[in-house]
Structures are given as structure tokens and as C-alpha cells.
Ligand binder design. Structure first.
Ligand SMILES: NC(=O)C[C@H](N)C(=O)O
Length: 612
């Protein structure tokens, strides 16, 4: 018997399946939609577990740039080994399920042997990952800004085909690349996770296998729209980390920000900490970077000649690593004069502390003199983040110096802590939560948080259903997240998209909602807006970067043919607006255009419906 999970089906078929599963099985046998090609062409289809059906699959692109994880010994020193990584992965059952790959004809379907599949995850997900290996593979000490640009471009090119991205990278400069990518990736909506190892994956005892596995599981299962770094069971914000240990598996630290996730018995995501683009703008990568930037570390007795030489043209931006909370000698007028001369001539100088933890402030006279010399306080940014931010900001040709300075002082991607004066309402300040907590005899913070997290998603969904923006604002004020899903994984954005509440959809997108959220049926807000034919919502979601998955696009052929057969021009328009291709074939190999034999089809070329 052909086994087909409910979520394999297009919404139309799924609706049918709710009335009769048997009918749908007959139906599915007869339609054999294209998405089923990979499974239906398999000889031993009965062996495929229903929970491993393609609908529970996520796709991750692994970009292998090099690093110790893929190194071997040559002449007694470690260096990257080309064309060996995928072969090694295929031998490790913990990172590749060969049986499933054979049963589902994975290699034929993806047209390459570089696509592998993880064993079934605890949450019944299959993570299918394709490895793109760079030539040459690099020790990360050899990385330059051009390599950051190449990674950025590859992510941009493949953005719509994958749910998440993993970058294999050497640890030595991983914090720099992670920081740079966090700025270069504008309006990011999907996870990008850098990882690597301290011991090559080819060795018996290594940390590469666990690091890769953790990064893949997170990238494939959680919509964390950040550039992150995963190492030694922890997921960090990429622009908050620094390498602190050359000889330990626990090589990275994020001194000023708690991890975004921990992978212990369970993977626990700290959703409150996750940074969101809060935008309706589409993802793009800015690969323009300014190389005339540098790091200068203060030390007792540094000469003004050294400082002067460092600040000479073509230098345009400098991170000055100062003492303690941002201090420098206030009795060294010669030094201060050099700094002032440079800022007066347009060099941007950022004041960052040499301390691992803590922030720059003007609480000492020795700190205030730097402000007076025109330096910009770098808050609690790491020097790696400050340097790559300078490189990114200085390359913005359409901004003048004042705008660039302003941008440097702003928090762009969660790289610096916000001013505490603007902090959100404390959980325990919320009367609503307090009243409920009281009636349940709850008082500790963790229990309050648990109540909030259980109650706010359905409340927010209810508010979204009736288009009540004020209620959503109130939920947000009491510390509730508007991007979490209810028991069915349906987020307020799904509901608002179903109802066609355009203003609410926009509000949600500007307050943390993600267009990539999938409910338990695998549907995104875009699928919902199409189904309920809300054209303006579809346009807005598309503008924000929403797109159908590859599976959905393949399934769409049959749906489009049936719309064409019934002469449903409006239906065809909305599918097309959402990105479906009218040339996609249906179950019988025909396209919607071929099926279409109705008048006025040319009306379809309606300029209003163009999506850019
Ligand atoms: N552990 C490592 O990956 C160190 C190596 N030298 C690199 O950064 O490429």
C-alpha cells in the first residue's frame, strides 16, 4: 500500500483527507503528484515509515569553506583535504542514513551524491543536506573579506531552496566571519549557522561530528533568523562570540549575551533572546565591504608616533581597544591629539573594551576624554563585531559621514545591548499574567514564563483572527512573543493571512513574525493567503521574501491544472502571484496552460499583479 501522510498533500487534497483517508489514498494513487516521484519510483516503498514522509523533510545547504573539521596531516602539519568530506560523511550512520537515501532515490532526485540525509530526528523530521565544497578549502587564517563575499553570494543564490544554512569554517577567524555575515545579510529570515571543530572529523575522537550534527538539527528545525555560531552544544549569536581557547572543545565564548540555544537532552531555544529583522523587506546580501579598517590595542607606553602611523590615510575606520570600561590615559595629550586629529579628518574610531565582558561607559575621566576626542562608544560589542560593522557601514556609498557614525552607534543586528532605559515591561509587571499566576498559586519567574508561553500564542492567534491589533500590542507589551505558534504550530501570521487582515500582517511582520513559519501541516502563511485568496496579503508576504518550497511548487502543477480545468482565472492569478509556475506539469504531465481552454486568459497579464 502506498503510504501517504496527510501533510504530503496540497491543501485541497488535505481538506478531502479530513473526510475520508481511504478516498485520499485512492486519489493519491491515481494522481501520483510530482512531489511523490521520489517515493513512488522506489521499489520498496512499503519500507518507508510514514513519519519519514517527504513532508517532514527540511533542507539545509552546507557550505564547506575549510577549517580543521576537514583537515588531515601532511608532512606532520594539518591542512585541508579536498574532495574527502562527503565520502567520510556517507560512512557515518549518525550523520547519514544510506538506507533511507536508497529507498527514496535521494541521489537521483537531487542529481548529485553530495546530498545526504540525517537519521530521523526526535521530532520526526528528516534533514536533507547538500554539501557545497569550496575550492580551495581554506585554513580560516587565510580568509579575507572576498571569502565573506563569496559565502554571502552563495547564500543569496540558494536562499529560496533551503530552510537553513550551515557554514563549515575554521575556528581561528570564525568569529570575524560570523560577525561580518550578520551585517552583510540584511533582512535575514532563515538560520545561518557557522560551525567547525578543533579535531578533524577523520580522527576517532573528534568534536566535528557533534558540532555538525547540532548545527544541522537546529538549522533544519527552527526558524532562528540569525547568523549564529554553534560549538560544543551551544548556539550563539554570531556577532557576540570570540574564540577563547585554542586547545579545548569549548573554544568559543559569548561574554555579553547568553546562548540562543543549548543542545543537551533536548534542544532548548531561548526565544526571548532571538533577534529578528522586524521588517517587510526582502532578504539581500550586501557584499560591499571597506578594507581600510583596523584594530588598535592600547598598551601602557604606546607612542604617539605609532598611533599617528596607524591612523594615516587610507585608514577610514578604527576599533580602539581601550582599558576597562572604555578608558585611556587622560594625561597623554599627545595621544589624545592624534585621535582628535583623525576623527576631525573623518576617520571613524570606535571605543571597545579590551575586557572580555562588560561595556564601555563614560563613568571615568579617562573615558570621557575619548568621547571628547570624537570617538564613538562601542557599548559591549566584541572587537570582531565592531571591526566588521565598520567595514560594512563604511562601504555604504549612499550615506554621508554623519549617517555612518549614527549607524555605528546603533544596534543593527543584536551586536550590542540596548539601552536598559528602553527595556520592555518586566514579566511580573503584567497584571494579566499575575492574576492567572495567583489563581494557580504560582510565583517564581520560570513558572510565570511557562504560563505566558502557553497562553500568549493562542491569545495572539485569537486576536489575529478578529483583526485586533490593540490586543496584539498588549500581548507584546507583557513580554509575549508574536512569532510563536499554537498547539498546531499556527502562528498569528498564519491566522491573519487566512483572514486577509493586511494591516495586521504588516504589523506582525514588523514585530518579529516570520514568513517561514510552518504549521503542523507544513503550511506557511503564504500557503494560507493563497488558499483564502487574499491577493494583497500574498503581495506583502512575497515582498517580505515568502516563497513556496520546492515540494509545494511541484505539487502546484496538479492544483493549477484543476483550476485551469474549471476556468478559475482568479485562482490561477493568485497562485502565480505567489510564485507558482504555470508551466509546472500536473499528475498527467500537462501544464495548466495546456489545460486552459477558456476565453480571456490573456487578461492574466495584469501589471497590478507583478511581484518584484
Ligand atoms: N580549529 C580550527 O579550525 C583552526 C584552523 N587553523 C582554522 O581556523 O582553520
Amino acid at each position: 500500500m502506498l503510504i501517504m501522510a496527510e501533510s504530503n498533500l496540497t491543501p485541497l487534497y488535505r481538506a478531502l483527507s479530513r473526510t475520508s483517508m481511504e478516498t485520499i489514498e485512492d486519489f493519491s494513487r491515481s494522481i501520483n503528484p510530482p512531489r511523490m516521484k521520489r517515493l513512488s519510483s522506489c521499489n520498496s516503498i512499503e519500507c518507508v515509515d510514514p513519519v519519514t514522509s517527504p513532508s517532514a523533510e527540511a533542507r539545509v545547504l552546507v557550505i564547506n569553506t575549510g577549517g580543521t573539521i576537514g583537515m588531515t596531516l601532511h608532512d606532520n602539519v594539518l591542512a585541508p583535504k579536498a574532495n574527502a568530506f562527503v565520502k567520510q560523511m556517507r560512512k557515518l550512520p549518525v550523520v547519514h542514513d544510506e538506507l533511507y537515501a536508497q529507498q527514496t532515490r535521494l541521489y537521483d532526485y537531487y542529481g548529485s551524491e553530495n546530498t545526504l540525509v540525517l537519521p530521523l530526528s526526535k521530532d520526526n523530521k528528516r534533514i536533507i543536506y547538500t554539501i557545497l565544497e569550496y575550492k580551495p578549502l581554506l585554513d580560516s587564517s587565510n580568509m579575507t573579506t572576498d571569502d565573506w563575499g563569496r559565502i554571502g553570494k552563495d547564500i543569496e543564490k540558494n536562499y529560496e531552496n533551503y530552510d537553513g544554512f550551515v557554514i563549515l569554517h575554521g575556528t581561528d577567524t570564525m568569529a570575524y566571519t560570523a560577525s561580518a555575515l550578520s551585517f552583510m545579510c540584511e533582512h535575514l529570515g532563515k538560520p545561518i549557522i557557522l560551525t567547525g571543530s578543533q579535531v578533524p572529523i577523520y580522527e576517532m575522537r573528534n568534536d566535528g561530528r557533534d558540532n555538525l550534527l547540532g548545527a544541522l538539527l537546529i538549522a533544519g528545525q527552527f526558524v532562528i533568523p540569525e547568523v549564529c555560531l554553534y560549538f560544543y552544544n551551544k548556539l550563539y549569536r554570531g556577532n557576540r562570540v570570540t574564540k577563547v581557547d585554542a586547545g579545548s572543545f569549548n573554544a568559543f565564548s559569548s561574554p555579553n549575551l547568553a546562548p540562543l540555544a543549548t543542545a543537551e537532552v533536548d534542544i532548548t531555544i531561548n526565544w526571548d533572546t532571538v533577534w529578528r529583522a522586524n521588517t517587510t523587506a526582502k532578504f539581500q546580501v550586501s557584499t560591499e565591504l571597506n578594507r581600510n579598517v583596523g584594530l588598535l590595542r592600547l598598551f601602557p607606553g604606546i607612542t604617539s608616533a605609532t598611533v599617528r602611523a596607524f591612523l594615516q590615510p587610507p585608514m577610514e575606520g578604527v576599533v580602539l581597544e581601550t582599558y576597562g570600561s572604555g578608558n585611556a590615559p587622560d594625561n597623554r595629550l599627545d595621544l589624545l591629539e592624534e585621535l582628535k586629529k583623525a576623527t576631525d579628518s573623518g576617520v571613524i574610531i570606535i571605543n571597545c573594551t579590551q575586557c572580555l565582558r562588560g561595556t564601555v561607559s563614560a563613568s571615568y575621566a579617562t573615558g570621557k576624554v575619548l568621547m571628547d576626542a570624537g570617538l564613538i562608544a562601542g557599548g559591549d560589542m566584541t572587537p570582531e563585531a565592531a571591526l566588521s560593522k565598520l567595514s560594512y557601514v563604511l562601504a555604504k556609498k549612499d550615506l554621508d559621514l554623519a549617517a555612518k557614525k549614527k549607524m555605528m552607534a546603533q544596534n543593527l543586528r543584536g551586536e550590542m545591548s540596548a539601552d536598559l532605559a528602553g527595556a520592555k515591561l518586566c514579566l511580573s509587571d503584567s497584571r494579566f499574567i499575575q492574576v492567572i499566576a495567583k489563581s494557580l498559586s504560582i510565583s517564581c519567574k520560570e513558572e510565570l514564563e511557562a504560563i505566558r508561553d502557553a497562553l500568549t500564542p493562542p491569545l495572539a492567534c485569537a486576536a489575529a483572527k478578529i483583526g485586533d491589533k490593540e490586543a496584539l500590542e498588549a500581548i507584546k507589551e507583557m513580554g509575549g512573543n508574536l512569532f510563536l505558534g499554537d498547539y498546531d504550530g499556527r502562528t498569528p501570521l498564519h491566522i491573519a493571512a487566512c483572514e486577509g487582515h493586511l494591516e495586521l500582517v504588516e504589523y506582525l511582520l514588523n514585530h518579529g513574525a516570520t514568513v517561514y513559519a510552518k504549521d503542523r501541516y507544513g503550511d506557511t502563511p503564504l500557503c494560507n493567503a493563497v488558499r483564502f485568496r487574499h491577493k494583497e496579503v500574498v503581495k506583502l508576504l512575497r515582498k517580505t521574501g515568502a516563497h513556496f518550497s520546492r515540494d509545494k511548487l511541484e505539487e502546484a502543477g496538479t492544483e493549477l491544472c484543476s483550476l485551469a480545468a474549471s476556468g478559475d482565472l482568479e485562482g490561477l492569478k493568485i497562485w502565480s502571484l505567489a510564485g507558482a509556475d504555470l508551466n509546472e506539469t500536473g499528475y498527467d504531465g500537462q501544464t495548466a496552460i495546456q489545460v486552459t481552454v477558456f476565453d480571456g486568459f490573456n487578461e492574466y497579464d495584469d501589471d497590478d499583479d507583478e511581484v518584484n
